[in-house]
Design a protein around this ligand. Structure first.
Ligand SMILES: Cc1ncc(COP(=O)(O)O)c(C=O)c1O
Length: 342
């Protein structure tokens, strides 16, 4: 939105002129026939980045997650994840509605997962209990303030999954941010999971697109599930070209978004409203001890040209992204303390 500093989400970015150029020039074909060369190139590229055999382009992160969950958990069986996970918070009951999947959650702890506690939740076959088939984690964690799950914790979870013979899924909508923040190679993350969903439209700046990353056998099945969900796209190379451009140009620069988020965290911290430490591009605000509630803060900020997200009565969020520069952050850094100190 013109004249606003839009800190609501990293999904609000618009394609850059360089990105639009490659979109316009993209070679395309019918991707439901498997004939779009740009989609095929993107899928091969992303599979290789994560050290997997194959990948499948999907229209959204939600669809990519749901395809992966259906690959791992058959109807009447169970998924374990945290209570704040995107898959159980913002996907409108899709795992149950479309996959017949039963979900059970551990308490919301963001990226601070205890693998021993997760192991204790796993239910094996027998005695008519719903058997656990998969565990899902989120890297970085959206409602967990952009927190990064440490590599050691993920390795421990892999051991837990292997011991129990259950699968491990990563909702990696912002896995790029974890890679940049912790310096962990994407291939390291890739080898720990049976399936990953990764987004090109959050932080990386593509207008549309996510991928399911997995073995060749799983991706073959994923193709059928995507079609069943209505996600088969035709000349999708126009979108895949944007994704390829985003991967080439917009991953390393995420460090700038992280630094800008850290700066925003610094200016709001003295008002006691920072919910957690800030590791990546999300700045979660907890207003339980402040006189302003989230709606009042957002309304006052809007009047001064700054847009923020309201996540609950007393929770809000600031997000940095590709369409913001230092001048925008300066503006927000002037406005927010003024409102919070009033
Ligand atoms: C962690 C996480 N997973 C999945 C999604 C879903 O992506 P989409 O909005 O493309 O469905 C989001 C969206 O913000 C997200 O934050």
């Amino acid at each position: 939105m013109a004249d606003f500093v839009d800190l609501r989400s990293d999904t609000v970015t618009r394609p850059t002129s360089g990105m639009r150029e490659v979109m316009a020039a993209a070679e395309v074909g019918d991707d439901v026939y498997g004939e779009d060369p740009t989609v095929n190139a993107l899928e091969a590229e992303v599979a290789a980045l994560f050290g997997h055999e194959a990948a499948l382009f999907a229209p959204s992160g939600s669809m990519a997650n749901q395809i992966a969950l259906q690959l791992l958990v058959s109807p009447g069986n169970e998924l374990l994840c945290d209570a704040d996970a995107h898959v159980v918070t913002y996907e409108i009951g899709a795992a149950a509605a479309y996959g017949g999947i039963s979900s059970r959650t551990w308490p919301a702890v963001g990226a601070d997962i205890d693998p021993v506690a997760v192991a204790g939740m796993i239910r094996p076959d027998g005695y008519f209990a719903v058997p656990t088939r998969a565990i899902a984690v989120e890297q970085t964690h959206n409602r967990g303030g952009g927190g990064v799950i440490p590599l050691a914790t993920l390795r421990e979870l892999r051991r837990v999954a292997d011991d129990a013979e259950v699968a491990l899924h990563c909702d990696g909508a912002r896995i790029w941010h974890a890679h940049v923040a912790d310096g962990v190679p994407l291939v390291e993350y890739g080898r720990l999971f049976d399936t990953l969903s990764v987004c090109l439209s959050k932080g990386l700046g593509a207008p549309v697109g996510s991928l399911v990353v997995a073995s060749a056998e799983k991706v073959e099945r994923a193709r059928l599930i995507r079609k069943r969900l209505g996600g088969g796209m035709r000349q999708a190379g126009i979108l895949a070209a944007a994704g390829r451009y985003a991967l080439a140009h917009h991953v390393d620069r995420l460090a700038e978004d992280h630094a800008r988020a850290a700066r925003l965290a610094e200016v709001v911290a003295p008002f006691g409203v920072l919910a957690t430490g800030v590791r990546t591009n999300l700045v979660p605000l907890d207003l339980t001890k402040h006189t302003l509630d989230a709606r009042s803060l957002a309304a006052a900020a809007r009047v001064e040209g700054v847009l923020i997200s309201v996540l609950g009565p007393r929770t809000a969020r600031l997000v940095t992204h590709l369409d913001l520069d230092d001048a925008d952050i300066d503006r927000a850094a002037a406005v927010l303390p003024r409102i919070l100190s009033a």
